[in-house]
Ligand binder design. Structure first.
Ligand code: GDP
Ligand code: K
Ligand code: MG
Length: 268
């Protein structure tokens, strides 16, 4: 069975898209320990199961409800990630997308609310975005179902195999950060037999002070492998990681931005 994790910032249209791509869906109660509803359903005419996850701005949760998303990734149940974004707020939305793309699973990003973006006169070159982010991109207006069938077809046609090692998104973090990530993930691979992409993602999240990952590390005895006597925290690595992500987003959006008013050949 192939599973799709539906993730994104709050109010980007996740549930609207979920309702459109799934047929009969099951409410399977609540997630453990939290009040948010667990909603799963099959993509129409398929065995692919989509799980609608609570909206989040980052994988480092502030509330218990938000912790559902990263816990879902940690249980290793997601074959494919569907990241729904508000196309008009990509600068902010892509911060989460980066964390998801670093996870290294086949990913589709839906640029939803494309109607709002069009009204603003800005448009993105989808091929440029897709190349730079290393994932599939579909534009949608879930309110009137534009692009939703294409999005569903994209999911149906995606091989659910894990991406080959080394094909997860790798940002050009400052040297010290990269070195820390490499050392930590190499230890996780060699001493813990972890898959390289997963180890790298765990290392980044750990260094970035993700609460859930730190608990996970303690629980699974990874802390001695990862921790260098508070070295990561003393280096203030999370600022460096944040700044690298922001500048990657800036460069990506600048490269991909088209101004509808000044461009004739616009891909729609
Ligand atoms: P979620 O919080 O991510 O699950 O978002 P919802 O699916 O609940 O949608 C939030 C609001 O955005 C609802 O009022 C939707 O009708 C609206 N919405 C969803 N998709 C679109 C879209 O593509 N364009 C516009 N203009 N509104 C949308
Ligand atoms: K909502
Ligand atoms: Mg929702």
């Amino acid at each position: 069975m192939t599973t799709v994790a539906l993730m994104g910032n709050p109010n980007t249209g996740k549930t609207t898209i979920f309702n459109q791509i799934t047929d009969t869906y099951a409410y399977v109660g609540n997630w453990t320990g939290v009040t948010v509803e667990k909603k799963m359903g099959n993509i129409k005419h398929s065995e692919i199961v989509v799980t609608d996850l609570p909206g989040i701005y980052s994988l480092n949760p502030i509330t218990k409800d938000e912790s559902v998303a990263i816990n879902y990734l940690l249980t290793d149940d997601a074959d494919i990630i569907l990241n729904v974004t508000n196309a008009g707020q990509l600068k902010r939305n892509l911060l989460l997308s980066i964390e998801l793309l670093e996870f290294g699973r086949p990913t589709v990003i839906a640029l939803n609310m494309i109607d709002d973006l069009k009204r603003s006169g800005i448009y993105y070159d989808i091929n440029t975005l897709s190349e730079r982010l290393g994932c599939h991109i579909e534009t949608t207006n879930a309110r009137n179902k534009d692009g939703v069938k294409e999005l569903r077809d994209e999911l149906l046609n995606m091989p659910a195999d894990e991406l080959p090692d080394g094909s997860a998104l790798e940002l050009d973090y400052p040297f010290m950060v990269k070195q820390a990530i490499r050392q930590a993930s190499e230890k996780l691979v060699s001493d813990y037999d972890m898959k390289p992409a997963f180890a790298r993602w765990i290392a980044i999240q750990y260094i970035n002070k993700n609460k859930i990952i730190r608990k996970y590390a303690v629980k699974n005895d990874l802390k001695p492998l990862l921790e260098q006597q508070g070295y990561y925290d003393a280096q203030n690595f999370e600022n460096k990681i944040f700044n690298t992500r922001l500048s990657f987003i800036d460069t990506t959006l600048t490269a991909a931005t088209k101004n509808l008013k000044s461009t004739k050949n616009v891909e729609m």
